[in-house]
Design a binder for this molecule. Sequence first.
Ligand SMILES: [Zn+2]
Length: 401
Amino acid sequence: MSRAVKRAFKYRFYPTDSQSAELARTFGCVRKVYNLALVARTEAWTLRQERINYHTTSALLTAWKKTDELAFLNEVSSVPLQQALRHLQVAFTNFFAKRARYPSFKSKKKSRRSAEYTTSAFRWRDGRLTLAKMTEPLDIVWSRPIPEGASPSTVTVSQDAAGRWFVSLLCDDVIEQVPASGMVGVDAGIDSLLTLSTGEKIVNPKHERRDRARLARVQRALAKKEKGSANRAKARRTVARVYARITDRRRDHLHKLTTRLVRENQTIVIEDLAVRNMVKNHSLARAVSDAAWRQFRTLLEYKADWYGRDLVVVDRWFPSSKLCSACGALVERMPLNVRSWTCRCGQTHDRDVNAARNILAEGLSVIACGGGVRPQRESSRMGRSSAKQENPRATKGILAL
Ligand SMILES: [Zn+2]
């Protein structure tokens, strides 16, 4: 079996001076239009209890462009501006469906600098990409090939806090779905990134410990710099660079890992860790491992879907580390510093491997009870699911993932 999917391919590129100026202008206009439309929609809602839609804001954009103070919006391609209005529409749809918070303004310093182009606003010829209002194609570093004969339907250009430029091409691709026989349970940790029910421990990417220490150091240095000073701006770029290196390496690591897991296994069981976000722990290690876990789950979800695998997410309150995976006995206490323990039945367990085995067993029983349905993104413990629905914070945590 094969499956048609939309797949994004992201690359670095190096703009010419005129291209980077054009893109900086475009980012500014995208932000301006997004914020103006947000004001219009907020006023309509608070003053008149009226929900205005994409088409209304699109008509407003046409009117704004005719005024003297907003005439500069005509200087850039109109497509990224229209796309910004579509993104705002999506943000409002999510808000009204209670999946997200009220949309917030885009800030010059903190928001992602990006612009989205649809087919009418770029030219794709012989593997060269030229954006609207530009004469030369982008100088893209093709770090991996896009599918043979594919042509992008949407192109997103962005610049990160470290000043690097990226272009993401959304292409049609075909995935061959080859059945796999394996089943695996995955436990998330801090010491080792993940532990599998097979006993395998997956550690953090090489150099991550050193990079984290460096990140903590440059963040302390940044905190000491005077606000608004040139030194502070410089320190901020250093922090962004170190952070970018950590996230790049981690993304790479998680991509390889999730691809391997879905290739080898038909059933993958993970734990829902949304509850962790409610625990007060602001350590850097915690923040990084939580971010890694969210990313791991996101990648796993779409890859499991692509490859036709069953991804089961088990209950957050399932006592995975307190159960003996050999005899099923429940121990009362299992402090975090206990790395291995021996059950009354005589079995000695590595804490994390035991937890991963319990997660797998729990997932398999869910599949058996569910009669073949995929409980993806849903709670597994039937008896508790109704009680959990009443906890809005917990429910929101799942949906936000
Ligand atoms: Zn036991």
